[in-house]
Design a protein around this ligand. Sequence first.
Ligand code: FNR
Length: 181
Amino acid sequence: MIKVGIVVGSLRKESFSRRIATNVATLFPEGYETEFVEIGNLPLYNEEYDGNSPAEYNSFRNTVKGVDAVLFVTPEYNRSVPGVLKNAIDVGSRPYGESVWEAKPAAVISQSISNLSGFGANHHLRQSLTFLNMPVVQQPEVYLANSPDLLDENGKINNEGTVQFLQSFVDTFVELIKRYQ
Ligand code: FNR
């Protein structure tokens, strides 16, 4: 079984990012399982912790180590990546030389409640992932605009066109993951 970790860049219970991620999780084929990797309990990264990490860091790093690939689904905050997501990336990247992100295939979805669609967050995130040596799905790029209009009252994506587009994105991600197995 190939494991895909899903990291959501919002901590809100009613997060559109999380709802979208829940929809995308159902699009992976047989032989793949998804697991949400929670980041809300991670203390702010401090390099002084490197020799003596908080238990939350160890648990998070072990979870990421245990997945074969990572899907990031995130909103944009102030034209960039939400701090909580950047913190998780930093925690996973250290101690130096022990990054748990190393060489794991990744994919990025950004979303926004407006028609901006999170371009800034999407590309700032890609900048970190490139540095962390994660091969990232390049095309199709996924920028989801006006998220509240995309979801029905049960949190399901309400139009076939978007589902098909996300399916093609997941299919491409799966091909990328296979190259690294
Ligand atoms: C936002 N929002 C936002 N939206 C956007 O398209 N570009 C932006 O730069 C920002 N900046 C921003 C900063 C902060 C601090 C907040 C709280 C919000 C709005 C954002 O798209 C909206 O709150 C989403 O609903 C957040 O995603 P979740 O929490 O629903 O996943």
